[in-house]
Design a protein around this ligand. Structure first.
Ligand code: ADP
Ligand code: MG
Length: 251
């Protein structure tokens, strides 16, 4: 049995009269990529925002690593092990790749300052943070770019950097909203390879329009249309689902 890291039940988010997410349940397991697909406006980004705490759900529950996180702040949820990327990047372009990752890693350290024990081990902590950053860069395939300013790396590498920045906070669950958006074939290929590397240690929810990537990577797919789940299953089940073909894949 693989480890269940995030469990969301009956999530609904209403914006006025619109149910952007309507009674959606999602389980994320370590070692699996769970893809969420659907046409524009289906509610995929809203679902991501509910899981990360960026939006409070109208109803429903979310457990992360066995603890309820429903209604908690994004900062608190991040400290409990959830990392996410955004459709728009958070990168500081004038800073180097290393500096960007280092800043992201540090964002998790803020609260340690209140623990007097940490004052006596500042040097040890510093090297632990640096090690975390080195590992994040290595996983993201950016070690050779560490000292390059972020503005000078390619679009594909910037997307990899964004993932490295997320990894530097040591999440167990990763929510990735369209990591392949705007990529050429070669860039998409290295992102797919990166996601394969991340799979072993993480539970991943992948919102993505690139169906080749989705079917190459995902163990489980959820198809959303108009806020609702119209099908959920293995890639083979989803490919053969006539409702999915009519509503989405065939369009
Ligand atoms: P997707 O990511 O699948 O394209 P979204 O989650 O962005 O879809 O949007 C789902 C629906 O919710 C859309 O109809 C969108 O216009 C609406 N929506 C998203 N965010 C808001 C918001 N903050 N306020 C009002 N409506 C929103
Ligand atoms: Mg979206």
């Amino acid at each position: 049995m693989s480890e269940l890291l995030l469990c969301a039940k009956h999530l609904t988010k209403r914006f006025g009269g619109l149910a952007a997410v309507n009674d959606v349940s999602v389980d994320l397991h370590r070692g699996r990529i769970h893809a969420v697909i659907g046409p524009n406006g289906a509610g995929k980004s809203t679902l991501t925002n509910l899981l990360s705490g960026d939006l409070p759900p109208t109803s429903g529950q979310i457990d992360l690593n066995g603890q309820s996180i429903t209604g908690r702040s994004p900062e608190r949820i991040a400290r409990q092990g959830l990392g996410r990327s955004y459709q728009k990047t958070n990168i500081f372009l004038p800073f180097t790749v290393w500096e960007n990752v280092r800043l992201a890693a540090q964002s998790r350290e803020r609260h340690a300052a209140f623990n007097p024990l940490h004052w006596f081990s500042a040097a040890g902590k510093l090297s632990a943070v640096n090690q975390r950053c080195e590992r994040a860069l290595e996983l993201a395939g950016l070690t050779a770019r560490a000292n390059t300013v972020a503005a000078a790396i390619s679009h594909g590498e910037q997307r990899q950097l964004e993932i490295a920045m997320t990894l530097a906070t040591e999440p167990t669950v990763l929510l990735l909203d369209e990591p392949l958006a705007g990529m050429g074939a070669a860039e998409a290929e290295s992102m797919v390879a990166l996601l394969q590397r991340l799979k072993a240690e993480h539970a991943i929810m992948l919102v993505e329009h690139d169906m080749d990537a989705v079917f190459a990577l995902a163990e489980v797919l959820t198809v959303m249309v108009n806020g609702q789940v119209i099908a959920s299953g293995t890639p083979v089940e989803i490919r053969n689902d006539s409702g999915v073909q009519a509503a989405y894949l065939g369009e």
